[in-house]
Design a protein around this ligand. Structure first.
Ligand code: FES
Length: 240
């Protein structure tokens, strides 16, 4: 299993907690059921989920990246991928031990599908710093974008994910796509808190302050954040 680690004082020393709800539909190496001892309780048939020895070590990939795509993709399996469904897009967080020989070929195999319209391709590569970015635009809408880094940090996803809600890209947005940052004068919404409605931390903080919101229900009525799956409600409460 490959998973992102959160280090917290609330975990008992010497033990780890891993959610059991992931299937191979959402993460290729995220299924903890594969690790649990093949022994069940003789009466209830419960597996030994709380009684399995574990050993953990750092996973050190040669590259990390993400893809945002308007349609669901058939991934050319890297070592690690996780899929997150957002509003009008899928987000894939990726990592791999081996570097593809040609990033353009890799990106085009993953992103280019017959989706009608007239696709346009934007691309940027800095081999020295190990960065590769490409975007695919169809009928002036963002269809997909990929960002790969081997040494430097990846751009934030929040402004890019918001572009999938737009029916037409502005010229300044198209020009800024591969930077991953909004053009000058466009507000930064901050880290996305509510993935269902693409609502960022800064947007929530501003609404709390300006409108005097006191509860997560009030935030939901104002911004829709937290009103679908509800998994962002603890984060909204923390911001309140
Ligand atoms: S993440 Fe689902 S409602 Fe916010």
């Amino acid at each position: 299993m490959i998973a992102r680690v959160q280090i917290t004082d609330s975990q008992l020393p010497g033990s780890v907690f891993v959610p059991m709800h992931w299937t191979e539909q959402y993460a290729n190496r995220g299924r903890m059921g594969a690790l649990v001892n093949a022994v069940v309780d003789p009466i209830s048939n419960q597996p030994e989920s709380k009684h399995t020895p574990v050993r953990i070590k750092a996973y050190q990939p040669a590259w990390q990246g993400f893809i945002l795509s308007r349609r669901e993709l058939n991934m050319i399996a890297p070592d690690y991928w996780v899929k997150i469904k957002g509003e009008q897009y899928y987000r894939y967080e990726l990592a791999g031990i081996t570097l593809p020989e040609n990033w353009r070929e890799w990106a085009q195999k993953n992103l280019c599908d017959s989706d009608g319209g007239t696709p346009q391709w934007q691309e940027y590569q800095d081999s020295g710093r190990g960065n590769y970015r490409a975007a695919r635009i169809v009928n002036n809408q963002l269809e997909s974008i990929v960002s790969i880094a081997t040494e430097s940090a990846l751009p934030e996803r929040n402004w890019l994910t918001g572009l999938f809600a737009k029916t037409q890209l502005e010229k300044a947005e198209r020009m800024a796509l591969l930077t991953g940052r909004p053009p000058v004068g466009v507000a930064d919404v901050g880290t996305i808190v509510c993935a269902c409605f693409n609502v960022g931390e800064k947007t929530i903080q501003a609404a709390i302050k300006e409108k005097g919101l006191k509860t997560h229900q009030e935030v939901g009525r104002c911004l829709k954040a937290g009103t679908n799956c509800g998994s962002c409600v603890p984060e909204i409460k923390a911001l309140l």
